[in-house]
Write a protein that binds this ligand. Structure first.
Ligand SMILES: CC(=O)N[C@H]1[C@@H](OP(=O)(O)OP(=O)(O)OC[C@H]2O[C@@H](n3ccc(=O)[nH]c3=O)[C@H](O)[C@@H]2O)O[C@H](CO)[C@@H](O)[C@@H]1O[C@H](C)C(=O)N[C@@H](C)C(=O)N[C@H](CCC(=O)O)C(=O)O
Ligand SMILES: Nc1ncnc2c1ncn2[C@@H]1O[C@H](COP(=O)(O)OP(=O)(O)OP(=O)(O)O)[C@@H](O)[C@H]1O
Ligand SMILES: N[C@H](CCC[C@H](N)C(=O)O)C(=O)O
Ligand SMILES: [Mg+2]
Length: 463
């Protein structure tokens, strides 16, 4: 009698099926005896693993085998599922898909960096793509609450660790690919291959592949979608399904001119920045590709609410300068966030930013270079140093271009300095942490999370 599934022996109860996987920190096979002692009835593991006292379900790819078994247990799940991958824009896109569905009258939810979000609440899981058991249990829980439509984020870590498998996913989306996570993936090819598992293995055959057409990697994503038996649905200036003809920034948003099924249409998106237009169009593509009415979908775009921590206007400084908080934590994202604000800035664009510890180190000088080249003043500060020396992280950022950069380690002091610098015509951008609620210091058992919220700190400094 199976009572549940677990991939951590500490979560095993009598009747559990235990998945024992070789990880990047430890080998889960070492915990098989403890799992069986705690009542595991079966263990999914490689054939080489030693399993005594429970059924050994041997598979060369135990993560995949476990996911498929577990998916059969956590049924039913919502009928309409879509997944989004890409370096930047996953959270924004799944949140927009959730909002559009809701405006179309569907019971919808999203799962990703912001947690499990329904129209009533948002509950954090701690990861962008939660582990397979949390993922499936949440899908099942949402179905029991009556949710029928879910959009989720498929991170490259999640895809390469089979954290979201075994369900019928009708459409997948690819937003873009740029440098990130090269501490985990060998190189950009390896990173792209992990993302493309979404089209190759996760989305069901004949499903749709919504692809942002204007990225360097887009044509390869289209090829992968075709070879995986999916229907490409491209959006963007080079898009064949939804073509973006023109984009004109307005004070509080932008006017988009589009072509859909041979007809031109014009709509006002109440969000600024080319990147938010891109995410909104990918979101619309997912909704249309899974069967919703196109006219109603385009109409819903005009009523989208801002996504937390993504170009969120946090406060206005006493000088009159607007202060924006954005989750840009990659070079490409920093460039996109600065570009989004530039048309709205008559004076100087001042950016406070940093880079996370225990993460890809190569992105640090790139971020320094972009801030030095594209902003008028960059204040380099700390962003989740984790186990690393924060001064050393900042020094790596400075290696990318010191000219217009200033070093202020303490994040509150950096935000205060950026705001104090800003005159009436200037704009302040606080990048890297977006919605995050804490500064992570230390690692392992010594991890401390000091409460920190860029939006509240900006408001305090502006007051
Ligand atoms: C590098 C990475 O992704 N690690 C995640 C992954 O680890 P892993 O499979 O390599 O596992 P491991 O820690 O080596 O352990 C191996 C196995 O032993 C098990 N175990 C371990 C200890 C024990 O006492 N008992 C036990 O059974 C573990 O549950 C695991 O199944 O699986 C663990 C369990 O689900 C995750 O907690 C862990 O996330 C760590 C904390 C993490 O920081 N992950 C980040 C990098 C991450 O995943 N980020 C992505 C991308 C964000 C983005 O898009 O930018 C995300 O989706 O959030
Ligand atoms: N389509 C896009 N193109 C370029 N940059 C983008 C795009 N969408 C978002 N960004 C930038 O990336 C930041 C993070 O956006 P978002 O949270 O939607 O991405 P994500 O892919 O979910 O990130 P994570 O990998 O942390 O989960 C934004 O704050 C913005 O600076
Ligand atoms: N999902 C990303 C988030 C990074 C956010 C940034 N504030 C940092 O801590 O590096 C990661 O885990 O790499
Ligand atoms: Mg995200």
């Amino acid at each position: 009698q199976v009572t549940g599934f677990a991939i951590d022996n500490r979560k095993v109860a009598p009747g559990t099926v235990f998945g024992a996987f070789q990880g990047s920190a430890v080998n889960g096979e070492d915990f098989i005896p403890a799992a069986i002692a705690a009542g595991a009835v079966a263990v999914v593991a490689r054939a080489e693993a030693q399993v005594d006292g429970a059924i050994h379900i041997a598979d060369a790819n135990p993560r995949r085998a476990f996911a498929q078994l577990a998916a059969g247990f956590y049924q039913p799940v919502p009928a309409t599922l879509v997944a989004v991958t890409g370096t930047n824009g996953k959270t924004s896109t799944v949140e927009m898909v959730r909002q559009i569905w809701r405006m179309l009258g569907e019971r919808s939810a999203s799962i990703g960096t912001l947690g499990v979000t329904t129209s009533d609440e948002s509950v954090s899981t701690g990861l962008t793509t939660p582990d397979i058991v949390t993922f499936l249990a949440n899908m099942h829980g949402l179905a029991r609450e009556g949710v029928t439509h879910v959009a989720y984020e498929a991170s490259s870590h999640g895809l390469s660790q089979y954290r979201n498998e075994g369900l019928r996913v009708q459409a997948g989306a690819f937003t873009n690919l740029s440098r990130d996570h090269l501490d985990y993936h060998k190189d950009m090819e390896d990173y792209f291959a992990a993302k493309m598992r979404l089209f190759g293995e996760v989305v069901e055959k004949d499903g749709a592949a919504v692809i942002w057409a204007d990225d360097e990697w887009s044509s390869r994503a289209v090829e992968r979608a075709r070879s995986g038996g999916l229907r490409p649905f491209t959006v963007g200036m080079g898009g064949e399904a939804i073509r973006l003809l023109a984009r004109t920034p307005t004070q509080l948003g932008q006017v988009l001119e589009l072509e859909w099924q041979g007809q031109a249409r014009k709509l006002t998106l109440p969000l600024i920045g080319a990147y938010q237009a891109a995410n909104a169009l990918v979101a619309a593509g997912l909704v249309i590709a899974t069967g919703s009415d196109a006219d109603k979908t385009f109409d819903a775009l005009t009523r989208l609410q801002p996504v937390r921590g993504r170009l969120e206007r946090a406060a206005i400084a006493r000088s009159g300068a607007p202060i924006y908080v954005d989750y840009a934590h990659t070079p490409d994202a920093l460039e996109a966030a600065i570009a989004a604000l530039r048309p709205h800035c008559r004076g100087r664009l001042i950016v406070a930013f940093g880079a996370g510890g225990d993460r890809d180190q190569g992105k640090r000088p790139e971020m320094g270079r972009i801030a030095a080249e594209q902003a008028d003043l960059g204040i380099v500060t700390d962003d989740n140093p984790r186990s690393e020396d924060p001064a050393a992280i900042r020094a790596m950022i400075f290696a990318g271009g010191a000219g217009k950069l200033r070093d202020v380690g303490d994040r509150r002091a950096a935000i205060a300095a950026a705001i104090a610098e800003a005159g009436a015509q200037d704009i302040v951008l606080i990048a890297g942490k977006g919605h995050e609620q804490g500064q992570i210091i230390g690692s392992g058992a010594d991890t401390r999370v000091l409460p920190f919220d860029d939006v509240s700190v900006a408001r305090e400094c502006a007051a």
